[in-house]
Design a protein around this ligand. Structure first.
Ligand code: SF4
Length: 391
């Protein structure tokens, strides 16, 4: 069996950022320890018994080889050393971590102390993904972040001094005007190994009032992110990052040589990932399922020693095939028909030729043998290209 990745969701934050629609809670002193115990138990249970609830069936995974682990959230760097040791210990007890496995921890800059970083390194963390977002203090305040611009450099230095091999920075664009290139300049001065750059998103559901930033936009007190501006600045951002040694390998992700996120590559290549914890998602043998987003329901099930409420992805073969195409096309390397056939299990995986011909003749997509790739213009208009692959 192919090795898998493991994703652990830690849904705790010190405060909720104004743009955040993730599953996270801020009042967690009482529940964090119980959650960590439940998470370790969930890992043990899936390894020994697999899953069977809500139409999901997953065979036992005990002894499966694991090549990537990702602790995401939330703010997983809020876990104490003992709590992190407990959840990582559960993985070591029931799975086989391959030599050289990538173990990523998401961290907010203000949580990176010397002691914490040393502890992460001792527990086998190989990569820290820092939620920098911006170097402008006014932007950080508008986003509701708890660090200032200077703290990012301090955090990165501490991670390096602890001997953790790779550091990635997340940068958000589209908040309070046009300063992306300046943020990228300040980010690359710190010489990160990897950088993710996202346009702030306020989708319809969020604009309906889920996030406080969306409410401010609705009330006219903040600007909505400007997609046209982003399309204009994006090629210059890509060039600037390339000059600093960070090459684009996915629409929003840039890396130095050998520093691409192996865990996130699994998502774009639709390879197996076992998700644990509230609101986590799993993909095993081409089938997806998710764990409830409701923390109370998750903990209640754990107290009853039951599987957490699960949701099976009802997508049929055609939807799954489209997803494999769309995720694969996000990569600079593109994706081949053979890969889509293998990953989707659909022997007739080619998209409708008429629609394909339209995006190729519009200069958005190129074909090289049986491989398709977005052109630079196609990257900017990727949503238009992806439409051509929908059933
Ligand atoms: S730190 Fe991340 S998960 Fe937590 S509230 Fe902020 S954006 Fe959301």
């Amino acid at each position: 069996m192919e090795p898998a990745g493991i994703y652990l969701h830690l849904p705790f934050c010190a405060a909720r950022c104004s743009y955040c629609a993730f599953t996270t809670v801020t009042d967690h002193q009482g529940t964090r320890e119980e959650y960590v115990q439940s998470l370790a138990e969930e890992i043990r249970s899936v390894a020994r018994h697999g899953r069977s609830r809500g139409g999901v069936t997953l065979p036992p995974q005990h002894g499966r080889r694991i090549s990537t682990v990702f602790l995401g959230g939330g703010t997983p760097s809020l876990l104490t050393h003992a709590q992190m040791e407990h959840v990582l210990g559960a993985i070591h007890d029931h799975f086989v971590l391959q030599e050289g496995a990538e173990v990523t921890l998401e961290a907010n800059p203000e949580t990176v102390t010397r002691e914490a970083a040393g502890g992460w390194q001792a527990l086998g963390v190989t990569r820290v993904s820092l939620g920098a977002q911006s170097f402008r203090d006014s932007v950080l305040r508008a986003l509701g972040r708890r660090h200032d611009g200077k703290r990012i450099g301090v955090a990165l230095k501490r991670v390096r001094e602890a001997g953790i091999g790779q550091v990635s920075l997340d940068i958000i664009a589209g908040v309070q005007g046009d300063h992306l290139l300046d943020d990228l300049r300040r980010a690359t001065e710190l010489e990160p190994d990897h950088l993710s750059m996202y346009l702030l998103e306020l989708d319809e559901e969020e604009v309906g009032g889920v996030t406080s930033l969306a409410r401010q936009v609705q009330a006219g007190r903040a600007h909505a992110p400007d997609e046209d501006w982003f399309a204009d600045v994006y090629p210059r951002a890509v060039e600037q990052l390339a000059r600093a040694g960070l090459a684009r390998y996915e629409i929003s992700n840039f890396a130095g040589p050998g520093c691409q996120s192996q865990h996130n590559l699994r998502y774009w290549r639709c390879q197996d990932v076992l998700g644990f914890g509230v609101s986590s998602h799993s993909l095993v043998a081409g089938k997806r399922h998710g764990v409830t987003r409701d923390l109370a329901a998750y903990l209640a099930a754990a107290r009853r020693r039951e599987d957490p409420p699960l949701e099976r992805d009802p997508s049929g073969l055609e939807e799954r095939t489209a997803e494999v195409w769309i995720l694969g096309l996000r990569l600079d390397a593109g994706v081949s028909v053979a890969e889509v056939v293998r990953r989707s299990g659909n022997r007739h995986a080619s998209p409708p030729m008429k629609r394909l011909a339209r995006v190729i003749s519009a200069g958005l997509l190129v074909r090289q043998g049986d491989r398709l790739r977005l052109t630079p213009r196609g990257v900017l208009l990727s949503n238009e290209v992806f439409q051509a692959f929908l059933p």
